[in-house]
Design a protein around this ligand. Sequence first.
Ligand code: ASP
Ligand code: MG
Length: 408
Amino acid sequence: MSVIVQKYGGTSVATTTHIENVARRVIATKQAGHAVIVVVSAMGKETDRLDGLAREVGVNEETFREVDVLMTTGEQVSVALLAMTLINMGHKARSYTGGQVRMLTDSAHTRARLLDIETDRLRSDLKDGVIAVVAGYQGVDTEHNITTLGRGGSDTTAVALACAIGAEECQIYTDVDGVYTADPRVCEDARCLERLTFEEMLELASQGSRVLHTRSVELASKYQMPLRVSSSFRDVPGTLISKEDESMEQAIISGIAFTRDEAKLTVTGVKDVPGIAYRILGPVSDGNIEVDMIVQNTSADQTTDFTFTVQRDDYDRVMDILQKVVDDIEAGEVQGDAKIAKISLVGVGMRSHAGVASKMFKVLSDESINIQMISTSEIKISVVVDEKYLELAVRALHSAFELNEEGA
Ligand code: ASP
Ligand code: MG
């Protein structure tokens, strides 16, 4: 039995007419000889609406459990409507909430992680020719409490199901044609990519490309589950994300990701002695705040500046924490800048090509854009620049690296 898992996002199920369109696609896949599991998101902007209601009432540690009960109703509506539509079109279908499948998670409400998936019921449906329609983004903990996987989590539901059931491919349908060389809203001549490796997609997703939930790419990569991102509105092949294969023509750079979601903090006049990084970042991590880029250098005069970035939402909290730290370690002062953007070039071809970083720096220099921070991995170079240069920088890099050209 060849199983395909398909996931349809909110825009693809925004109205009952959209749901009919989805149903036709699901049926076509079944008629092509596959058993199909469909994962759906809540209709349109329903999750945002529910989130708004929750905030009106008050979201805090004590209400997190109830927030999850509320948020999961969105997906419960769309699975029911899709299953009903499939049945009315003459096909066997059955809807499931996360708890009914038993998508077992930990108990971290609003950001739970999947632990285990029971596949018996789904398998027997598929064997009987039933299309299983599963609510995305939700699960249940060992105490039967309803949990959610964090915003955008339906991708992760789909990939996790595909891995658990041993699907042939996991297809993520959305309102764009696939994964682009850069966000087409910023870069007009961005091109839809035919193929990407898991590693590249993982870097792109974690560096700000919003096409896929990062956790879903981690899972796909771990279990080598081929992922296809494609449009639910058009007939296009989309982007296939799979393991690196020798025959793949390697572009040096595959794509550019960016994010405005970070903020930068600098502690000045830090004594250059052992343990200082820990004394600055320890309290930050104790506050459950994730640090992204870090820059620190040794100094001639025994003091140095210590700079790092965090999510912009955490900026005020980190400021408070650092004010105390500065006194404790007798440093200078804390400077902050929330108006920054991070731009990343990603490509496995970087491994075998020198000079990518210097070319990137030259392009930014030619545009008189100052680089504030730099970090690199084997297949990624990221820079932090003033937010106001974001669009300019992305467009200049996109054209300098000829990403608009096929096979660039
Ligand atoms: N409906 C949820 C959200 O909007 C989950 C998802 O769509 O992936 O975040
Ligand atoms: Mg999404």
